[in-house]
Design a protein around this ligand. Structure first.
Ligand code: FAD
Length: 515
């Protein structure tokens, strides 16, 4: 089998593998699933970012964990083949790609697991690493009236893909990121071994794989904590002119106990202008809502701030009870009273809210254009400086899409995982979700991202990139900081030849790993 693999690899440096070689490869790997040649234009060679294109050797559609283990083992018996798990390819910088290697389409395994468990009275769902969160949501709610506790804003992302990063949304202040809401994983390591791991069993692999950027193993199954699903959500947006007031209220809400705050807290910065994408029109939740700029104080600056919150409730709750609960929470906040927008939507509709944006963007042709996105975790101690220079000056006209900003609590993140955070107890996620239909060139926007990171470094801000992307080992070392040694040790244990997730560009494929 390896002889055959070797021949195909040597013969195919310049183009995709011919059909007959694909079938030879398939036979030699002895897969239950299928294999396709890896042309540069196929899904395996591109991602949502649209900034990187590389040609894999082949795209594998495994039927299950055994197939995945076989592919990794086969790669390990060559001198240079790599393997990238591809979730839904929603990375920005080629993280799920494998130049000349195998790309595993995890989506082909999405149906493999879906089992409800009750352990010590708590509910969990076992799902495939290749399942989309939106399917987990729909199935859990419709079948069991239960739902995961911690989400991402957009749910056409895979379970394994977000768990390899963190998985953050407006519930993370209470429950932590998605990586804090799983209790067991099944993982295929870089040695091709299938291992079940948890806090008490193979714990180094469990914590290492969570936020591990795909470096330690391919997550084929995850056990996710569930809670009773509410029926409805009161979704609210309120506007601020002053950053200090916005952050004071957001931090107040995320530090309250359950029952004393909203169930979801996020926020965004928008341009103080009538620009349809970046300005006032981006705030209302419904076409019937009107954003009246006459209510903006004269003292307002180049940008404004929107706090976005939501409260869960049940169909059986009386409207007046919900109104009272919402008013009690809102009356403690210092937003512009007449710039408040609210909507009642079903829980599932709320969680699928970005799907509508996707459909709209697809209709406009913006979904498939490049997305030079930048995500940063910034400590509370640095966020005022960041606002003053980056939001109010560099990005005052917007980025052609949302500029999210909301606080998170470090204590809700498990420091045993591979996720890297800034130091402060409260830190903010800042997400610059750029859409580039026909404005400035992509290169300019990528350069602006670099300029922002360079400025953060120059000013010595306490920050870490989320969904990080670096080209040099020095930068990766700096990113991991005092966690670098632990990360390298874990890599050495579970993927000693650096076969997995080569698109992250952290380690080079080798026979032995050198720290
Ligand atoms: P991919 O992009 O396919 O893979 C990401 C990395 O994980 C790659 O290195 C890949 O090799 C590895 N990988 C994939 N599957 C596995 C697996 N099963 N086991 C091990 N490694 C694996 N993130 C948030 O936290 N919150 C958000 O609200 C949020 N919203 C988003 C909205 C949009 C429109 C987009 C495009 C992205 C958003 N993200 C968000 C980022 C998202 O979490 C990342 O893109 C993440 O990589 C998940 O995407 P994916 O499943 O497509 O994974």
């Amino acid at each position: 089998m390896i002889a055959c693999l070797g021949r195909i690899v040597q013969d195919t440096d310049a183009g995709s593998i011919p059909d007959d070689d694909v079938s030879t490869l398939s036979e030699s790997l002895d897969l239950q699933g299928t294999i396709e040649s890896g042309g540069i234009t196929g899904v395996a060679g591109k991602d949502f970012g649209g900034l990187y294109f590389v040609k894999p050797l082949a795209l594998i559609k495994p039927s299950g964990t055994e197939d995945i283990a076989r592919v990794v083992k086969a790669a390990s018996q060559t001198s240079h083949l790599t393997v990238a798990a591809r979730g839904n390819g929603h990375s920005i910088n080629g993280q799920a790609m494998a130049d000349g290697g195998f790309v595993i389409d995890m989506r082909s395994t999405e149906e493999n697991h879906f089992k409800l468990l009750t352990i010590d009275g708590s509910h969990y769902i076992d799902v495939s690493g290749g399942a989309l969160w939106e399917d987990v949501l729909k199935r859990c709610v419709s079948m069991f009236r239960l739902a995961p506790r911690s989400w991402t804003d957009y749910l056409s992302l895979t379970v394994g893909g977000t768990l390899s990063n963190a998985g953050v949304s407006g519930q993370a202040f209470r429950f932590g990121p998605q990586t804090s809401n799983v209790t067991e994983l099944e993982v295929v390591t870089g040695k091709g071994e299938i291992t079940v791991c948890s806090e008490t069993q193979n714990s180094e692999l469990f914590f290492g794989a969570l936020g591990g950027l795909g470096q330690l193993g391919i997550i084929t199954r995850a056990r996710v904590k569930l809670q009773p699903a509410p029926d409805m959500v009161r979704w609210i947006r309120v506007v601020y002119t002053e950053f200090q007031e916005f952050t004071r209220d957001a931090e107040f809400l995320v530090t309250q106990e359950e029952g004393e705050s909203f169930d979801y807290v996020e926020g965004f910065v928008f341009s103080n202008s009538d620009d349809p994408i970046n300005g006032w029109p981006s705030v209302p939740l419904d076409p019937d809502h009107e954003f009246n700029p006459a209510y903006i104080p004269q003292t307002a600056g180049s940008v404004l701030y929107c706090l976005e919150v939501a409260l869960h409730y049940r169909n059986s709750d009386r409207p007046s009870t919900v109104d009272t609960a919402v008013s009690r929470l809102l009356e403690r906040l210092g937003f512009i009273q007449r710039l408040k927008f609210q909507l009642n939507v079903s829980y599932v509709e709320f969680l699928l809210r970005v799907k509508q944006v996707e459909e709209h963007a697809k209709a406009n042709g913006n979904w498939d254009s490049p997305h030079p996105w930048l995500n940063i975790f910034i400590s509370k101690s640095s966020i005022v400086d960041f606002d003053r220079t980056v939001f109010r000056k560099m990005l005052k006209d917007g980025v052609g899409g949302p500029m999210l900003i909301y606080p998170l609590l470090g204590r809700k993140w498990d420091s045993r995982t591979s996720v890297v955070l800034p130091e402060g107890e409260i830190f903010y996620i800042v997400a610059l979700l750029r859409f580039v239909p026909n404005g400035p060139t992509v290169e300019k926007l990528v350069a602006q991202n670099h300029e922002i990171i360079k400025w953060c470094n120059k000013e010595d801000l306490d920050f870490k990139l989320y969904l990080p992307h670096y080209q040099s080992k020095e930068d990766w070392k700096r990113h991991f900081g005092n966690q670098w040694t632990r990360f390298v040790e874990r890599k050495t244990s579970f993927d000693p030849m650096a076969i997995l997730a080569p698109g992250q560009k952290i380690f080079k494929r080798t026979h032995t790993i050198k720290p």
